[in-house]
Design a binder for this molecule. Structure first.
Ligand code: ADP
Ligand code: MG
Length: 928
């Protein structure tokens, strides 16, 4: 029966583990769907009443329950809402090549879209099961892929959230097919980029809103503008306050219609192709990034920033800035996830290969850190992770599509793609609306208002002046008229009176002169009354003039008030402008600061790169030196082993570089940094690092610092975890060097080093590795305190086991270990702390000791002779030694050994031991 391993993911909504019992899983799925439906029903955007200032359009139907992205409620808009990264997996159909090559084999995966599960075949009878937010089979249409993967993200962007859609997978699995197909011949084939822009353009209002795009390529940590390919040194700017990331150097094109967008996209593709041809790279190694900025104006009362005050004064209303929402959609077509061959088979140097992988591996590390809730997320390690800082663990709504192929031949890559998707499902974002006051537009509005007021005021002034002039000239005219009328009338009347008088006096001259005098007076009365009425008229006119004057004064007052109001408004505008200027200068300052910092960082990065290359160079030199030494000085070094000193620096003269350059490296790079490289991902770096550490450990003056910095622990870990023969050899050599001091010997044993060395001794075949391991154990054998442990933890057995390798260097180290051990035992006997038979004899060392006591290699022979003498000094061992025919060897040593001290020791032993004396007599050997 097929067994099935289930993997749980930590995502929202998956409340039950998957068991082999299908019913339970289906019940949970139904619950989950209910949860999704309820989430969507409280989404304010799922109804048609849009909160923006636009009239709602019906063309973009809001996504329904089937979508994989969560949604935020209106209440949460200002303070953010949790939103997990949603992950869909898409299987590409078999292509023609696979149809032939894999004809007899089943696909490496089996999809269960209705259960949202994917089974990855381990072999014919076993598979692993994984759950995703959506499982898209090879039959899934581009439309469905857009609707479940990208549409909810696009809707979020229209509502003022940032959004990310990203495709991850091996080259050739359909990332570009999914994201970037233009579908010009076949509309149904349109990819996510084209469909997203269609939805955005259909939803926005051209009078108040705007959409602009940038299209970029990231290759070897360099960002190139795909809309302006000569622009290939674009830098990333981060707002220190908000953390928003922008690329001020990138071309930003405003999009008014779909055709412009499609044209730009195909232009970008052409530039990408040309750039990659020029750099001799494949597009599968670069990341393509489309950024769509959507800016929408909204009415204050619908906004998260609005103040709930209906009675705000008119002035406050005028001065209240409009509100804009800026959603940014980022669509990322990642480089192929397959590992680039480190040997540089694509024609890259090692450095290039590292740089090509940098962004993708940094992304993987960030996602791991976020998935594990690690306190440090290495966002700043690469440009890609800096660009996507809002997408993972930020405020954006993020949807990831992982693409896989069916071929069993790529099972490994497919498995790692699936695991990437599974980890990404654990990443939580905190969705936040991007809304702000539009001060610029307020300033523009006030400017227009001010212009209007000034024009109105000027118009009023002009009318007023005209009116005054008209009134004044009319008054003048009327005064002149009245004056001329009066003068005329006076003249006429006077003439008439004079004539009348003359006529009258003539007529009455003679007879009624006296009487007629009275009549003349009457006549004068009449003239005077006439004159009076004219004077009244004149008075009336002058009051009218006075009234006009008053009117004029009033108008002047009004004008002054209007002028004061204008100057008040002018002041306000000036204040706004000052405020704006202060802000822009602050922004400029911050930009400058950022630039300085990024320059500083670039400098530091260069320094690090230089130091790393120095490190590589030094370890290369170390290799060279070792090779030379191996070739030329082998014989000399073997000779050196003759020395009986147990703590000679054999390893330091082999394997590694000269001390001067090491000391230089030590100072320049720093011990901590070198030790950290022992855990590097790159095996080459690890090898170089362990060689450098071994070199340093060969100097006695460095040993204490290495151990204090945790170097011993790292070396033991490396020996435990690595299968690499070089690493094992060099690490064992370094441990052997550190094992020269008594304190370190105890540390090694307390950290399980003895067991580790024994395991390595049993498994290794390389004579040089065995020599290092035997050397390390031999050093431990010289420590009085470790005797019992060495025996108990199999150290002696391990030492003896290594004689299977007949290399004289290995045998010499084994012999030295045995001699050290025997010497310690002998001391313990003398001090009375040991009573019983030698542990060496108990562990069966005696036959090998006797067999090699006269070995032709002098280092082996000397050590064994010494060991025999130590063993023979104690009567408890005598019987075993006689049985093993060690007596003959002792006799030989006491006669032939070229070293006086050993010869004398053997002689003394033979003459003092009663058991030996008895045996010698029995054999009739005359020994006195
Ligand atoms: P990637 O970008 O991951 O390297 P591509 O998108 O270039 O992969 O796809 C590789 C090939 O597979 C292309 O020829 C593409 O047309 C085809 N292909 C990918 N996905 C599908 C699919 N879902 N249906 C049909 N053909 C596909
Ligand atoms: Mg591609």
């Amino acid at each position: 029966m097929a067994s099935s391993n289930s993997h749980r993911n930590g995502g929202v909504g998956y409340t039950s583990s998957i068991t082999s019992n299908g019913t339970k899983v289906i019940t949970d799925r139904q619950q989950q769907q209910q949860l999704f439906s309820s989430l969507n029903s409280i989404n304010p955007k799922s109804s048609t009443t849009s909160s923006s200032s636009l009239k709602p359009k019906s063309s973009l139907r809001r996504s329904s329950t089937g979508s994989i992205a969560g949604s935020a409620t209106a209440k949460d808009e200002s303070r953010g809402v949790r939103g997990r990264v949603r992950v869909a997996v898409r299987l590409r159909p078999r292509n023609a090549e696979e149809a032939v090559a894999d004809a007899d084999m089943p696909d490496c995966v089996e999809l269960q879209p209705e259960l949202k599960r994917l089974k990855l075949r381990r072999n014919n009878w076993d598979s692993d099961t994984f759950e995703f937010d959506e499982v898209l089979t090879e039959f899934a249409s581009q439309k469905r892929v857009y609707e479940v993967v990208a549409k909810p993200v696009v809707e979020g962007v229209l509502d003022g959230y940032n959004g990310t859609v990203m495709a991850y997978g091996q080259t050739g699995t359909g990332k570009t097919y999914t994201l970037a197909r233009l579908g010009e011949e076949d509309k149904s084939a349109r990819g996510i980029m084209v469909r997203a822009l269609e939805d955005i353009l259909a939803e926005i209002s051209p009078e108040t809103d705007s959409v602009s795009i940038s299209y970029l390529q990231l290759y070897m940590e360099t960002i190139q503008d795909l809309l302006q390919p000569t622009n290939d040194r674009i830098s990333i700017i981060e707002d220190p306050k908000t953390g928003d990331v922008s690329l001020p150097g990138a071309t930003l094109v405003e999009i008014k219609d779909q055709k412009t967008f499609v044209d730009l996209l195909s232009l970008g593709e052409a530039h990408r192709f040309a750039a990659n041809t020029k750099l001799n790279t494949e597009s599968s190694r670069s990341h393509a990034i489309l950024m769509v900025n959507v800016k929408r104006s909204i009415k204050g009362k619908d906004s998260a920033l609005s103040v709930e005050n209906g009675n705000a004064s008119h002035a406050a209303k005028i001065l209240k800035p409009p509100i804009v929402r800026r959603g940014k959609l980022v669509i990322v077509d990642l480089a192929g996830s397959e590992r680039i061959d480190k040997s540089g088979s694509e024609g890259h140097t090692l450095e290039e290969a590292k740089s090509i992988n940098l962004s993708l591996s940094a992304l993987g590390k960030c996602i791991n850190a976020l998935a594990e809730n690690s306190p440090h997320v290495p966002v700043r390690d690469s440009k890609l992770t800096r660009l996507l800082r809002d997408s993972f663990g930020g405020t954006a709504r993020t949807s990831l599509i992982v693409t896989i192929g069916p071929s069993p031949q790529h099972r490994g890559e497919t498995a790692s793609t699936i695991m990437f998707g599974q980890r990404a499902m654990k990443v939580e974002n905190m969705l936040k609306i991007k809304e702000e006051f539009d001060y610029k537009s307020l300033s523009r509005r006030l400017d227009i208002q001010l212009d209007k007021l000034i024009a109105e005021n000027e118009r009023q002034q002009k009318t007023f002046q005209d009116e005054i002039q008209r009134i004044a000239s009319e008054a003048q005219k009327r005064i002149a008229e009245v004056e001329s009328n009066c003068a005329g009338a006076l003249e006429v009347n006077t003439c008439m009176c004079v004539e009348e008088c003359i006529r009258y006096s003539k007529r009455r001259q003679n007879e009624k002169f006296l009487v007629s005098h009275l009549d003349v007076f009457c006549c004068w009365d009449h003239v005077l009354s006439n004159l009076n009425s004219h004077l009244i008229k004149i008075c009336f006119l002058s009051t009218e003039i006075n009234e006009f004057k008053k009117l004029l004064q009033n108008e002047t007052l009004l004008r002054r008030a209007a002028e004061e109001e204008i100057s008040g408004l002018r002041n306000e505008v000036a204040q706004w402008k000052r405020l704006e200027a202060a802000k822009s200068s602050e922004i400029l300052k911050l930009h400058k600061l950022l630039e300085d910092e990024s320059q500083e960082k670039a400098k530091l990065e260069e320094e690090i790169a230089a130091l790393q290359s120095q490190l590589l160079q030094l370890s290369y030199e170390a290799d060279e030196t070792r090779r030379n030494l191996d070739k030329g000085e082998m014989a000399k070094l073997s000779g050196d082993l003759d020395s009986l000193l147990p703590q000679s620096n054999h390893q330091s003269s082999r394997d590694f570089a000269d001390g001067a350059s090491m000391a230089k490296l030590f100072e320049q790079v720093g011990l901590q940094k070198i030790l950290s490289l022992l855990e590097a991902d790159d095996a080459d770096v690890r090898i170089h690092a362990v060689k450098v550490v071994a070199n340093l450990a060969a100097e006695e003056s460095n040993q204490e610092r290495i151990v204090e910095a945790g170097g011993l622990t790292s070396l033991l870990m490396l020996l435990r975890s690595s299968d690499d023969e070089t690493i094992q050899r060099v690490a064992a050599g370094a441990i052997a060097n550190l094992a020269m001091s008594e304190t370190n010997q105890e540390l090694i044993v307390s950290q399980g080093g003895l067991e580790l060395l024994s395991t390595t001794a049993a498994n290794a075949n390389d004579p040089q590795t065995l020599r290092m391991v035997a050397g390390a154990i031999a050093n431990l054998c010289g420590n009085d305190k470790l005797q019992m442990k060495l025996r108990g933890e199999g150290g002696i057995k391990a030492l003896l086991g290594m004689v299977r390798c007949r290399h004289p260097d290995v045998l010499a180290q084994v012999a030295r270990g045995i001699a050290n051990f025997a010497k310690c035992e002998s001391r313990a006997f003398t001090q009375g702390t040991k009573m019983g038979r030698s542990l060496l004899i108990e562990d069966g060392a005696l036959p090998w000791i006797v067999q090699n006591a006269n070995n032709e290699a002098s280092p082996i022979r000397r050590h064994i002779e010494l060991a025999l003498c130590h063993l023979a000094q104690h009567e408890v061992n005598a019987k075993d030694m006689i049985t093993a025919r060690a007596l003959w060897e002792l006799v030989r040593i006491s006669r032939d050994c070229s070293r006086d001290d050993i010869r004398n020791l053997a002689h003394k032993t033979l003459t003092h031991s009663p058991a030996f004396q008895v045996e010698l007599r029995r054999l009739r050997i005359d020994y006195g």
